[in-house]
Design a protein around this ligand. Structure first.
Ligand SMILES: NC(=O)N[C@@H](CC(=O)O)C(=O)O
Ligand SMILES: [Zn+2]
Length: 430
């Protein structure tokens, strides 16, 4: 079928200006045929009224929890939540059970997510067996099965020589090494930023635990030539180190989360584990440094670190609850409302950070709307405004610190390879 999206507004990919145009695509080929005002007639039309027609969003850091932790999230609930957030592609982290450390687990995730038919899923497989930080996994076999990168996310690889071996092997296969930077000899048993920890009489996490490992791994990326991607950057020192690495010509890319762009540790005034995340909410100065880093391109992409947990787990209090926040259904509305509307970040800069830049950094299709490109599209409504309501999430995780925040920029339709994978108000998958 030929389908046309009429009456929307697109971003000019050169100038970043919004302009009115229609989009014409084929749902079998899954490609955009033409963009413009005078297009051939279609079998079906999606009629809009000025909504934004954007490239489908790409999230390089989500936890889908399947296999193993399906009370937190399942593949089905995760990819439906992703589609509801406007995402056409997500990369999922390997801290599953069993860990995503064999070709069989990678192939299972790829196959089942394809059958569900919502957002596309790209597994990031473990660097070390069982994420234990010891023996390396079989990178070549993981790549053949469909892994797009390697990470022990959830934990840092503590042993420097092990990381050097991993980068050397990853370089020969051209697989990115994606790092959760945390020197555990510095973070210890900390749970939140030291200032918040002092107020609540809890153990703190030193910011240096992140920056120290980033420094080590930039040096190892320089030595090996591997592509290093730094997850969830949260401190001023980390941003400075990545800026330094880029200036030296090291192949380093980095991501920043919506919570590290919008929140700081001062929000933690009482013992509520909804604010517990790793790396922790940092100081206001760190938050502003992350924002500046995103604006100048040091932090290339926005990633949510969508980390669902059950209500029972999150009700254990900050000392005992697991780290993590959900984010995939609310990232665009939050960043649009609180960064674009007040003029802090431009709309194209936000959109490229969620589309073109992750596609370029990881060699994924999508990220651009033009004739010949894949028909991966997010349609968002910047008039409709409502409060974030966790009970309405498609995700099983309800653990967001943004409940009740009033936002606009909700996704109304998500299209992947020409197929409608989300329409606002649709039923939850079983
Ligand atoms: N970010 C988190 O606080 N939690 C993540 C792990 C991670 O991304 O480090 C999780 O898996 O729950
Ligand atoms: Zn992590």
């Amino acid at each position: 079928m030929k389908i046309r999206i009429d009456g929307g507004r697109l971003l000019d990919e050169q100038t970043g200006e919004l302009y009115g145009a229609n989009v014409y695509y084929d749902d079998v080929e899954g490609r955009i045929l033409a963009i413009g005002r005078d297009l051939p007639s279609a079998d079906k039309t999606i009629q809009l009224d000025g909504q934004l027609v954007l490239p489908g969003f790409i999230d390089m850091h989500v936890h889908l929890r399947d296999p193993g932790f399906t009370a937190k999230e399942t593949l089905a609930s995760g990819v439906q939540a992703a589609a509801a957030g406007g995402f056409t592609e997500v990369a999922c982290m390997p801290n599953t059970s069993p860990a995503t450390d064999t070709a069989a687990v990678v192939a299972d995730i790829v196959g089942r997510s394809r059958d569900i038919g919502k957002a596309g899923v790209h597994p990031i497989a473990c660097i070390t067996v069982g994420q234990a930080g010891e023996a390396l996994t079989d990178f070549a076999a993981l790549k053949t099965a469909g892994a797009i990168a390697l990470s022990d996310d959830g934990r840092g690889v503590q042993h420097g020589m092990r990381m050097l071996e991993a980068m050397t092997a990853a370089k020969t296969l051209e697989m990115p090494i994606v790092i959760h930077s945390e020197d555990e000899t510095l973070s210890g048993d900390g749970v939140i930023h030291p200032d918040a920890a002092r107020r609540l009489d809890l153990p703190g996490i030193l910011g240096e635990s992140e920056a120290a490992m980033i420094a080590r791994d930039i040096l190892l990326a320089e030595r090996t030539g591997a592509h290093l991607h730094v997850c969830h950057v949260s401190t001023e020192q980390s941003v400075a180190l990545i800026r330094w690495g880029k200036a030296r010509g090291v192949r380093v890319t980095a991501e920043v989360t919506p919570h590290h762009l919008l929140l700081d540790e001062s929000i933690i005034t009482h013992d509520d584990a909804v604010f517990k995340v790793n790396p922790p909410l940092q100081s206001e100065r760190d938050r502003l440094a992350c924002l500046a880093g995103f604006l100048d391109g040091t932090l290339d992409i926005i990633a949510t670190d969508h980390a669902p947990h059950t209500e029972a787990e999150k009700s254990l209090g900050i000392a005992r609850a697991p780290f993590g926040m959900v984010g995939i259904e609310t990232v665009f509305p939050l960043l649009y409302t609180y960064l674009v509307v007040p003029g802090i970040v431009s709309l194209p800069h936000l959109v490229w950070g969620m589309t073109r830049r992750p596609a370029d950094a990881f060699g994924l299709p999508g990220g651009s709307l033009r004739a010949g490109a894949v028909a991966d599209i997010a349609i968002v409504d910047i008039v409709q405004e409502r409060a974030i309501e966790p009970a309405a999430f498609y995700s099983r995780g309800r653990n967001t610190p943004f409940a009740g925040w009033q936002v606009t920029g909700w996704t109304t339709h998500t299209i992947r390879r020409g197929k409608l994978i989300y329409q606002q108000g649709e039923e939850r998958l079983a």
